[in-house]
Design a protein around this ligand. Structure first.
Ligand SMILES: Nc1ncnc2c1ncn2[C@@H]1O[C@H](COP(=O)(O)OP(=O)(O)OP(=O)(O)O)[C@@H](O)[C@H]1O
Ligand SMILES: [Mg+2]
Length: 218
């Protein structure tokens, strides 16, 4: 068993009293991938928000290893379009730290991730002037350029063509080989087979956790 970075125990969550998740248990280990699957409205995004600390559980606990650095790619990212950001600026944000300039390592990481996600030729374009898939690649780059222990991505490849999807899967696999944990939500049964473990959400009715090799599909 690997080092535990996130632990979800007996978690329940409600929006304004309406139950969304109940009895969710999950361990996320370093150097492993977890897929969160389930139908629309089953609570995938909600569970990812709980993992990232954006929401707090009504019952149970979500524990993060001390000092754990977490990078989140949310499903809804429309707010960022209000900012006049270029693609390069959007990606650099992933490396910002308070009261510190980007250093050589930061700039190198930005260059590499932009090349890997075929964004270099779009560097000066405004985010809101991109196609849906181009924009999604820029946001994935902003997430993956971060030096994190856990990458939490909500349906990262949904708008992407097959080539871009493969690039993202390769990058995620590299992060895992380097010791990070990856948690991603997906409807796609094929995506879930890339994971070491899947959590299948079924609304507030109860959930199953298993091995990706055993549990396919949403
Ligand atoms: N801010 C909110 N306020 C009230 N209810 C919400 C809110 N966000 C989500 N819900 C409800 O919680 C349930 C779970 O939503 P969630 O977004 O977690 O599902 P999901 O599995 O990510 O769905 P999708 O596949 O469509 O992304 C849904 O019934 C949804 O209507
Ligand atoms: Mg969702």
């Amino acid at each position: 068993m690997g080092t535990e970075v996130l632990a979800v125990e007996n978690v329940a969550f409600r929006y304004a009293g309406v139950p969304v998740l109940r009895d969710v248990n999950l361990r996320v280990e370093a150097a492993s991938t977890v897929a969160v699957t389930g139908a629309n409205g089953s609570g995938k995004s909600t569970l990812l928000h709980l993992l990232a600390g954006v929401e707090q559980p009504a019952e149970g606990s979500v524990r993060r290893r001390a000092g754990c650095r977490l990078a989140l790619l949310p499903q809804r990212t429309g707010d960022i379009d209000a900012l006049p950001l270029t693609v390069a600026e959007c990606v650099r944000i992933g490396r910002f730290r308070p009261r510190r300039r980007l250093n050589r390592d930061d700039r190198a990481a930005v260059t590499v991730i932009m090349e890997r996600l075929d964004l270099a030729h779009l560097a000066r374009r405004r985010l809101r002037e991109l196609s849906g898939g181009q924009r999604q690649r820029a946001l994935i780059a902003q997430t993956l350029v971060q030096a994190a222990d856990v990458y939490v991505l909500d349906e990262p490849t949904v708008a992407l063509d097959a080539t871009s999807r493969r690039h993202v899967h390769d990058l995620l696999a590299e992060r895992v080989r380097a010791g990070a944990a990856v948690v991603f939500a997906s409807h796609d049964a094929a995506d879930a087979t890339l994971a070491d473990r899947t959590v299948r959400l079924t609304g507030a009715l109860g959930h199953s956790v298993g091995d990706a090799a055993v549990h396919h599909g949403p």
